[in-house]
Design a binder for this molecule. Sequence first.
Ligand SMILES: *Cc1c(COP(=O)(O)O)cnc(C)c1O
Length: 462
Amino acid sequence: MNLKNPVIRLPPERIPTHWINLAPYLGYKLPLISPKSLKPSGPEEALMIFPKGIVMQEMNFEDKEIEIPKDLREAFFYANRPSPLHRAYRLEKHLGIEGDDIKIYYKNESVTPTGSHKVNTALAQAFYAKEQGIKSLATETGAGQWGSALSYACALVGIECRVYMVRASYQQKPYRGILMRTYGATVMESPSEKTEIGKKFLAEDPDHPGSLGLAISEAVEDTVVNNDTTRYSLGSVINSVLLHQTIIGQEAKMQMEMAGDYPDVVIGCHGGGSNFAGLAFPFMVDKIEGAKPDLEIMAVEPKACPSLSKGLYAFDYGDTGHMAPIAKMYTLGSEFIPHPIHAGGLRYHGASMLTSMAKDKGFLDSSIHFQTEVIEAGITFAETEGFPPAPETNHAICEAIKQAKEAKEAGEKKVILFNCSGHGFFDLSAYQAYLDGDLVDFEYPQDKIEEAESKLPQIEGF
Ligand SMILES: *Cc1c(COP(=O)(O)O)cnc(C)c1O
């Protein structure tokens, strides 16, 4: 065949059979800490909140591989797995790097039914809930990617879904809410009248815009009140979610092998850490085990919320309301509310426990970009590769373009692989702001870090 095919596909039977658990590779054994007692919390507390299968994975620090149930692998077919790997020939041409000295590949997670990698863990979580006989899952959503993914997964598996969506986002992105309802989910603007905590905040301010921290508190309260039928679901940050995403990197490794390449650098945007870890962890294993000591692994964050790049590595609260467990992570402080940049999925004050430890041990680097340069990268990508990525994803693309240009200037060879975590068809307001000249840049105020340090919970013994 003489056609230059930019898309590398895997046959369905090569959907991975196992997830990769990075915890034993890192020697990760840290407990989650109860925000009330400031002591390690046992599985009993977690079992009230999460499905049992998820709790078991969350606390598995021994098994390097965990088997994916057969029915779940079948569900991945419906979600368009294995997802394609693309060689970005047209982007390369635009950057003036035609030839094979500098190559750019991307793993395309935008092809899932709701448009992002979040479907991978949503299906797993819905599956374990169904297996346990749980009737409904409650969750929160900010930008709406997670709420859409879980609504889809619950519809596929046949359980109910209740989503508390931050009111400001609900009003900014009505189509995300409509998509969730189309899948049969019940969507509440948060703060809502459904929970005590919601009512409390509404009493103070009937037009309260909501926040992710508050929506988490509502979904957890819903779970505790309806504990005979309901469990809670989280879209990023925790070990089990990162575990579920490792099918991305395993597929990418097979596809890179089919292309006859191995990356010099693996890049992903980093909010809670799940899409980054999903692509990077299977490659990171090669670095940790010494097979690829020079592999560069790069997490990319917004300048407005640089948790890994500028945060403290310490035990901190997982949410603003201090209801969720305390964990050791890179953090800007649980009270830090980042500027409302368009990449809503990257506005978390912390980073996942596993990516944090990997950073601390020197297995990954991080970099930061302004939102204007990030959207510019997204526009370049749309013009060359054909679709607008999510604002979050554009952080990874921005870094990939920067590294390609640097390699060109230095006359170096480089194979670049990044994760295209999602498409941006529901996020066109970000592109509109840029095109209309209304996009503003924000930078994290570094003088705030001392205040954050003074407010960390004091945990003894670890
Ligand atoms: C949620 C989301 C992110 C950020 O979350 P991570 O857990 O860091 O991956 C990035 N990209 C897209 C498209 C998302 O929906």
